[in-house]
Design a protein around this ligand. Structure first.
Ligand code: HEM
Length: 203
């Protein structure tokens, strides 16, 4: 994984510069129980990883170019402050977004993963947004829009999980595991947002 991921600008999973999560592994375990996230879900995420691996570019393009780009209040977060496009910013964060799909499926949910969750969350807030790519864009993505967009990501993911010929039962289980993981991740991001105060501003 390292060989490939080292080539993604701004992707620094497991490196010292990554934020430290305020959530402990014990709290993560409790969150998993709260979400009903089990070893079976881990198993089906591992199955989903290779299914999605060849499709990550298409998936992120689907979310960002086909959906977010057509919604002005979402599209502005990847643009310059005057609303003009910033293709480099989009392309660079797209690649990290693609890698995040694989990390969601294939990485162990350990301390490094918790820390990178915090890092990604902060990169949507004014604490770290824009810094990785050295751009001047919106200060943060409102938390409400992020949570709401998870509904779109989960719905559109179904077809990609079914694209490699797995039976419908397996596809349902992979999809269920994916959705639970996103729920968990949103619970983790909520803490980062609450700490910045941006969870309650503009949503
Ligand atoms: C309306 C919803 C969303 C918008 C408008 C949005 C926008 C953005 C923007 C502008 C960046 C670049 C951040 C930076 O400057 O460093 C970014 C990065 C990213 N976003 Fe989102 N995002 C949204 C929702 C989500 C959701 C729901 C997820 C996953 C659950 C997600 C995952 C990521 C990832 C993994 C990155 C790369 C982070 C990095 O490595 O820097 N985003 N997003």
């Amino acid at each position: 994984m390292n060989e490939v991921t080292r080539q993604i600008p701004g992707y620094n999973y497991g490196e010292p510069a990554v934020a430290r999560s305020p959530v402990t592994l014990e709290q993560l375990q409790n969150l998993k129980v709260s979400a009903g996230f089990t070893a079976e879900d881990e198993h089906y995420l591992h199955l989903a990883g290779p299914v999605l691996a060849e499709q990550v570019e298409r998936i992120v393009k689907h979310w960002r170019a086909n959906i977010i780009a057509g919604i002005p209040h979402l599209a502005r977060h990847s643009r310059n402050l005057d609303g003009s496009p910033n293709p480099d910013y989009l392309a660079r964060s797209n690649r990290r977004f693609e890698q995040w799909i694989l990390d969601t499926c294939l990485r162990p949910y350990d301390q490094e993963w918790l820390d990178y969750q915090q890092e990604i969350a902060l990169r949507h807030t004014s604490i770290r947004k824009n810094q990785t790519d050295g751009v001047r864009s919106t200060a943060y993505v409102p938390y409400g829009d992020i949570v709401a967009f998870v509904a779109v990501m989960n719905e559109t993911m179904k077809d990609y999980l079914a694209a490699k010929g797995h039976g419908s039962d397996e596809v349902i289980r992979m999809h269920r595991a994916w959705c639970k993981s996103l729920h968990l991740q949103m619970a983790l991001w909520a803490k980062a947002y609450m700490d910045t105060g941006e969870a309650s501003r503009d949503f």
